[in-house]
Design a protein around this ligand. Structure first.
Ligand code: FNR
Length: 379
């Protein structure tokens, strides 16, 4: 409403309203090394592009005489009431997208303003306790990159619980960094490392380890102690992961129905279908194409989804294909780079406004109305 009313009053929005314009403006504003990190993906980025274009393969069929004057986008996820299915996917090293280096806090404040939950990354520029405080009443989930050291992993989870995060999201697809030519070409890793260690350097277990064996370089110490990207978990680790938290446990990166069934049997509370926005392995199936199989195998367990969401229309389509909640990644990082908390808020509200208006115009007043029958294959 606000954007329409401003338009009637001749007031031009401060930030772009379409993804291509948002992306172009953010790319122009970012230094090359930051742009490579945020915009880049694995290999020649075909999977990353296919994640986005996969949405063109589906069209929503409008329904008439519905009278969808009121829409209800609310969702209950693990007993947590949410105003809409939209959430912010975990993004590490967010500090490099913010003028003052505190990208996680700026993002959390946008979550507080909009009610859109944030999944806070392990690799944050701000300690999780500060991120949780900045979220206000809006729920946050903590994303765990599982360190090799189990004591440290358990400490991170304990801190997340104590800070008030409402679920633990364990990312499985990034125990090693994928082949990312843009990052390699700009050699930006030293810069990134300076912005992602706050949760380690503030951790009592990590600090005790460090005190026992002092290191010159904190960054090197973190990598050695945590082996952030060196812990390829197996199914044998799932009972341990399940045992270290009483919060809802979600596993991120599942695309194969057999993996979903096995995770379900292993006691997870939700599965998160994602290919990490095409950043990890090129040549993969677009995440959207994996979604229906994941939903079927989940057999009623909540399914979170991300990879390729660029608009409200995309959110509506993912929900119609069975997603319980839908995450965006790069778009909010671009909002952050352009306008801090205001920029992220703008991106979230634009996506939500479009989703809401599509549900109005096309006659799907609630998320329950959005079933696979609402969609047809294009072409
Ligand atoms: C990510 N992603 C990610 N995932 C995760 O579990 N922990 C993390 O720290 C990060 N870090 C990260 C950094 C950047 C710059 C990006 C773009 C992505 C993956 C993220 O959660 C999500 O899966 C994808 O971003 C979704 O794809 P789109 O929306 O970017 O296409």
């Amino acid at each position: 409403d606000e954007i329409y009313l401003n338009g009637l009053g001749g007031i031009v929005p401060e930030y772009p309203l379409t993804h291509p314009e948002l992306e172009a403006a953010a790319h122009a504003a970012m230094p090359a090394s930051v742009r490579s990190y945020v915009a880049g993906g694995a290999g020649d980025e075909r999977t990353q592009r296919a994640n986005v274009t996969a949405f063109d393969g589906w069209g929503l069929v409008p329904r008439m005489f519905v009278g969808a004057a009121q829409r209800d986008l609310s969702v209950d996820l693990f007993g947590i009431p949410l105003p809409s299915p939209l959430f912010m996917a975990p993004i590490g090293v967010l500090g490099i997208c913010a003028q003052d280096g505190h990208g996680d806090l700026a993002t959390a404040r946008a979550a507080a303003r909009t009610g859109v939950p944030m999944v806070a990354s392990t690799l944050s520029s701000d300690p999780m306790e500060d991120v949780a405080a900045a979220l206000g009443q809006t729920p946050g989930f903590f994303q765990l990159y599982t360190p090799t050291d189990r004591e440290l992993a358990e400490s991170l989870v304990r801190r997340a619980e104590k800070s008030g995060f409402k679920a633990i999201v364990v990312t499985l697809d990034t125990w090693i960094t994928g082949w990312r030519p843009r990052d390699l070409a700009t050699a930006n890793f030293p810069q990134l490392r300076g912005h992602c260690l706050a949760n380690y350097t503030s951790d009592p277990v990590f600090r005790a380890q460090l005190a026992r064996e002092p290191e010159e370089d904190m960054g090197a110490a973190v990598l050695r102690w945590t082996q952030i990207f060196g812990n390829p978990l197996t199914w044998d680790d799932l009972p341990w992961l399940r045992s270290i938290t009483s919060l809802p446990l979600i596993v991120k990166g599942l695309c194969h129905p057999d993996d979903v069934r096995r995770a379900r049997d292993g006691g997870v509370d939700g599965v998160y279908c994602s290919n990490h926005g095409g950043r990890q392995a090129n040549g993969g199936l677009p995440a959207l194409d994996a979604l229906p199989g994941v939903v079927e195998a989940a057999d009623g367990l909540p399914v979170l989804f991300d990879s390729g969401i660029r608009s409200g229309a995309d959110v509506v389509k993912a929900v119609a294909l069975g997603a319980s909640a839908v995450g965006i990644g790069r778009p909010y990082a671009y909002g952050l780079a352009l306008g801090g908390t205001d920029g992220v808020t703008h991106v979230l509200r634009s996506v939500l406004a479009e989703a809401d208006l599509i549900m109005a115009v096309d006659g799907y007043p609630s998320l329950a109305d959005l079933t696979p029958d609402a969609l047809r294959r294009v072409g």
